[in-house]
Design a protein around this ligand. Sequence first.
Ligand SMILES: [Fe+2]
Ligand SMILES: [Fe+2]
Length: 268
Amino acid sequence: MRIVQMSDIHVGSGLFRPELLEAAIEETNALTPDLVAIAGDLTTDGYLWEFEEARTYLDRIACPHVVIVPGNHDAKSVGYRHFEDIFGQREQALTVPAPEGEAKVVALDCTKPDLDEGEVGREHYAWLDSEFRGWDRGPKILILHHHILAVPGTGRDTNNLRDAGDVMAILRDVRVDLVLSGHRHVPWVWSISGVRIVHSGTVSSMRVRGTMPPSYNVIDLNRETVTITLHEPGKGEELLATFSRQPVTTSEFYPALDRFVRYDKLPF
Ligand SMILES: [Fe+2]
Ligand SMILES: [Fe+2]
């Protein structure tokens, strides 16, 4: 299965570079991915015209499965309403056909209007559980904008998920394979307790940090391995990370999840 992950497009910013987005989309179409995950911050201030302009670019993606979640910038200025009007649901669960079966993909809106930080929220926990637990037909993939864990090279570790601990415990318990996020504008991968948390940088803006250029990720999963490649639009690629497909865990954790995080199972 091939996934293109991009985020932090930031239409509306003086630092938005349309030629980078156009190159990334052209390259994405040539890569013929099974899934394109757009992990939020399509806009800068959540204005209607920014969403409309973002749409004109993203409509050019040829992949049949393009999944988009809002970022904190998209939730500014009541922009989440425009997101719904232009892109439809802010969150969804779907299955995506892949060579090795069927991936379960959950796209979750962790934004709060006008706040930079994110929160999955207790109201989402039972939904995550019901979608992922026991899924055995292919990879389990969560897409959300904010970072669960701190990303290095980003200055101060701020604005992460407010309920990161609860969320991470649930993701481990239901054995999520991949979490695709953006927000920090720095590409990075954590592999922790069998969960691979993959961040894309900013694909099309110069809102970069340190030495990291604008970029997006290409993730290739096959039966044995997971390979993540960093792509600079219009320039080239380099390896970001490789893993065995089956997570190598060297530890077991014994107390039941509900001693730490408790929620009703769906249906209520
Ligand atoms: Fe961003
Ligand atoms: Fe963000």
